[in-house]
Ligand binder design. Structure first.
Ligand code: AP5
Ligand code: MG
Ligand code: ZN
Length: 215
């Protein structure tokens, strides 16, 4: 099974993708995570995209499509892919079709997380992750069980994304509205789009997605 999780910044794409990975053995392919890893490792790609990401703008289609293609290449054919934050432009949507067919895969489902943009700024600016294992948390909605200690790995170090400030979030949202939301009709025409209320509780959203995917 190959699916796209679509939604604006903070809609819960990453949160839900991680749950599908844990429960159903799928693989999360997040171009945002891949780019952040490249920035951290100071690879040539990372050096090129750092400022663009910090400004909340989109990096080039070629760069992200190459990242996706490489990941799929390295993945077992029987493992389901969850595309998180990709595709984000009409050009990327076209590339994804080519990449999937080159790997003998097909797109089964596009799930749009419907959210109220006003609530997203709070979600994003409150978000932090474990510096060691990457587990995600939120100041208000998902605190660690023991203050300052990661539930999953016990680490006491956490980090926040440099693009998670209000000004950059507004730019990221504008990019979503201008370039990403317009790709939905491509998938609607294929009859594979489902919508989920992304404002519901995290568990409820997961249950809805599982229902759509037949789990
Ligand atoms: P990317 O990393 O993809 O960021 P994004 O799309 O802006 O989305 P986020 O990761 O911020 O949100 P999310 O939907 O994953 O939400 P989350 O689950 O964390 O991209 C970053 C940058 O990389 C881009 O700006 C661009 O520069 C570049 N880039 C990446 N891909 C690209 C591409 N394909 N092309 C070009 N450039 C690209 O949830 C947010 C918070 O809310 C969390 O704290 C969570 O705990 C909480 N939360 C989640 N669900 C709920 C809920 N139901 N109720 C309450 N709280 C919730
Ligand atoms: Mg994310
Ligand atoms: Zn951890």
């Amino acid at each position: 099974m190959n699916i796209i999780l679509l939604g604006p910044p903070g809609a819960g794409k990453g949160t839900q993708a991680k749950r599908l990975v844990e429960r159903h053995g799928m693989r999360q392919l997040s171009t945002g995570d891949m780019l952040r890893a490249a920035v951290k490792a100071e690879t040539p790609t990372g050096l090129r995209v750092k400022a663009v990401m910090e400004a909340g703008e989109l990096v080039s289609d070629e760069i992200v499509s190459a990242l996706i293609s490489d990941e799929l290449e390295a993945m077992g054919k029987d493992i389901g892919a969850i595309f998180d934050g990709y595709p984000r432009t009409a050009e990327q949507a076209r590339s994804l079709d080519d990449i999937l067919s080159a790997h003998g895969r097909k797109l089964d489902s596009v799930i749009e997380l419907e959210v109220n943009e006003d609530a997203l700024v709070e979600r994003i600016t409150g978000r932090f992750t474990c510096a060691k294992c990457g587990q995600g948390y939120h100041d208000k909605f998902e605190r660690p069980k023991v203050e300052g200690v990661c539930d999953k790995c016990g680490s006491t170090e956490f980090k926040r994304r440099p693009d998670d400030n209000e000004e950059t979030v507004r730019t990221r949202m504008a990019e979503y509205r201008a370039k990403t939301a317009p790709i939905l009709p491509i998938y609607e025409a294929r009859g594979i789009v489902s919508r989920v209320d992304g404002m519901a509780d995290i568990d409820v959203v997961t249950a809805e997605i599982e229902k759509i995917l037949g789990y």
